[in-house]
Write a protein that binds this ligand. Structure first.
Ligand SMILES: [Zn+2]
Length: 172
């Protein structure tokens, strides 16, 4: 079973990206399959977004909205019904979710480290190699390292709890 389909659940076709000159829309749009979307969402399901360049609001079908909610990086661009054309989404994209100031994008590595409990002073853009030389880290590498990190506040809480138990044992 394929992980992706077109919005109506039919198989993805080679020519789905062809633009219909009457509407400016593609012949078809790829979404995650119903089975894949049923695995759950990592973001709220939002139906409408604003193109910040023209101010126009576009509302998506449910399958597209659920695909964004399941996998926020699935699309690199989206359609503006007002302009009748596609524009980029992402860090340098032109869209926010309607009624919010939330861009249709992934969190930056810094935002992810903050959510993980690291102080803003924590250096994430470079490390030091075995010879003591500065090693610059790509955004991808920063994101990967955040994914592999342990929440500092959680580690601190565990150590504090264990120290307290040992101190009580020593006092007894
Ligand atoms: Zn527009």
């Amino acid at each position: 079973m394929s992980r992706t389909t077109l919005t109506d659940g039919s198989p993805v076709t080679d020519d789905h990206r062809d633009i219909d000159p009457a509407t400016g829309m593609q012949k078809g749009y790829v979404v995650l399959s119903a089975e894949e979307r049923a695995k759950g969402f990592v973001r709220p399901v939002r139906r409408s977004y604003v193109h910040s360049t023209c101010g126009g609001v576009t509302t998506m079908g449910q399958a597209l909205a659920e695909t964004y909610a399941r996998e926020p990086t699935f699309y690199s661009g989206t359609f503006c019904a007002c302009c009748g054309a596609h524009f980029p989404v992402g860090a340098d994209g032109e869209f926010v979710w309607d009624g919010t100031d939330i861009g249709m994008r992934m969190l930056t590595p810094r935002e992810r480290f903050s959510a993980q409990g690291f102080p803003t002073s924590y250096v994430i853009d470079h490390g030091i190699d075995a010879d003591g030389r500065r090693l610059d880290l790509s955004l991808d590498a920063q994101g990967r390292m955040c994914g592999n990190s342990v929440c500092p506040p959680l580690a601190e809480a565990l150590v504090r709890a264990n120290v307290a138990v040992e101190q009580r044992a020593e006092a007894a």
